[in-house]
Write a protein that binds this ligand. Structure first.
Ligand SMILES: *Cc1c(COP(=O)(O)O)cnc(C)c1O
Length: 364
């Protein structure tokens, strides 16, 4: 027998990995002596955690030698009451990104297709490729909206999953009720349609869909929500899906056992208790978004509407230059080279600075 180290062949990894794009996480803003810097690249909530949430998490630390409640019973019941759904219809995951991975796993064998609008959430093509499935990206229209007719036209015999992101990260617009209803009537009933509502709490458009009503009306619809953005719990990794019981049960089968920590579970319950306080924060972020969008559209009318806690600047070839100008001004934004820049709505000073940098950049 030869000694293993004399065998030069590398470990065999799945060929599917070659198709997996790397996830580019937002960098922390580098500290500077001349000005306060801001990371506005990950759509995080700029407010610190609520004191009541910090307190329950601190208490819960005393139990971290134990596994969490795998059924997340208290959190599940509180969420079910809040939403007016049966607890059977809920599945929790390590962030809604965790659930997105589970959704691909429960629907796709190798070679099956997942259709989504593009540009959209960067995690979609990564999770699809990791599962050995095939991404079918469908370009957004000129206003950064999903082209639902083109998405319908992209459905084939191999399509197992459709991902709709509303409001769309990073371009901003939310879907409209009438268009989604018409769309759902035409999707084959055996294809799962996911409405990714990570930014739901920031939506103010009057014609935005009621995803829970759509879920009730369509056995092939599931809704995805996150505690990372409006709730400000990004670091605790917890999100949920509202799905029909068979789909929710499949999602639970595909979950990392005990993935949602006890700290995350108590933080969610405490956040539901602090609803009014959180709502004030969301309202102030929405007011800031309106302020930023008004200032931006005054100098650049074509900028798309945003219903999330971010704005999209479709700068095309000038994307990298604008990101560099932001960096100079102490702002770390998310640049998608050759396409555009996404900037999170953050502290008023960061928002003011973003508008100033854009004004100077467009004038130059
Ligand atoms: C941020 C985000 C998520 C999920 O984030 P988690 O922190 O994993 O809950 C999901 N979808 C979209 C579109 C997002 O922008």
């Amino acid at each position: 027998m030869t000694h293993p180290s004399s065998d030069p062949r590398p470990v065999r990894l799945r060929a599917a990995l070659d198709q997996v794009p790397g996830y580019k996480a937002g960098r922390p803003a580098p500290a500077r002596t001349d000005l306060v810097t801001y990371k506005i690249s990950s759509n995080e909530n700029p407010f610190p955690p609520l004191p009541s949430v910090v307190a329950v998490v601190q208490d819960a630390v005393a139990n971290i030698n134990r596994y969490p409640d795998m059924t997340a019973a208290e959190m599940a019941h509180r969420m079910a009451d809040t939403l007016g759904v049966d607890p059977d219809a809920l599945a929790f995951g390590t962030g809604s990104v965790g659930l997105l991975g589970q959704l691909v796993q429960i629907t796709c064998d190798a070679g099956d297709e997942v259709v989504f609008a593009w540009r959209s959430f960067e995690a979609y093509p990564i999770l699809v490729a990791l599962a050995g499935a095939v991404s079918v990206p469908v370009p957004n229209d000129a206003e950064g909206r999903h082209d639902l007719d083109a998405i319908l036209a992209a459905i084939t015999d191999r399509t197992r999953l459709l991902l709709l992101c509303t409001p769309n990260n990073p371009t901003g617009p939310a879907l409209r009720t009438a268009e989604v209803e018409a769309f759902l009537r035409q999707v084959p009933s055996d294809v799962l349609v996911v409405l990714d509502e990570a930014y739901l709490e920031f939506v103010t458009a009057p014609d935005a869909p009621d995803a829970v009503a759509l879920w009730r009306a369509h056995p092939n619809v599931a809704v995805l929500r996150s505690f990372s953005k409006a709730y400000g719990l990004a670091g605790l990794r917890v999100g949920y899906a509202i799905a029909h019981p068979e789909v929710a049960a499949a999602l639970r089968k595909a979950a990392v056992p005990f993935g949602v920590s006890h700290l995350a579970q108590v933080a969610v319950v405490a956040s539901l208790d602090a609803h009014a306080e959180l709502q004030e924060r969301v309202d102030s972020l929405v007011a800031e978004r309106t302020r930023v969008l008004n200032a931006v559209t005054a100098i650049w009318p074509q900028v798309p509407d945003s219903q999330g806690n971010f704005v999209w600047l479709p700068l095309g070839e000038r994307t990298a230059a604008f990101a560099a100008a932001c960096e100079q001004a102490g702002l770390v934004v998310r640049a998608f080279d050759g396409d555009g820049v996404r900037a999170s709505v953050a502290e008023p000073e960061a928002n003011d600075r973003l508008v100033e940098v854009l004004q100077t950049f467009l004038a130059g």
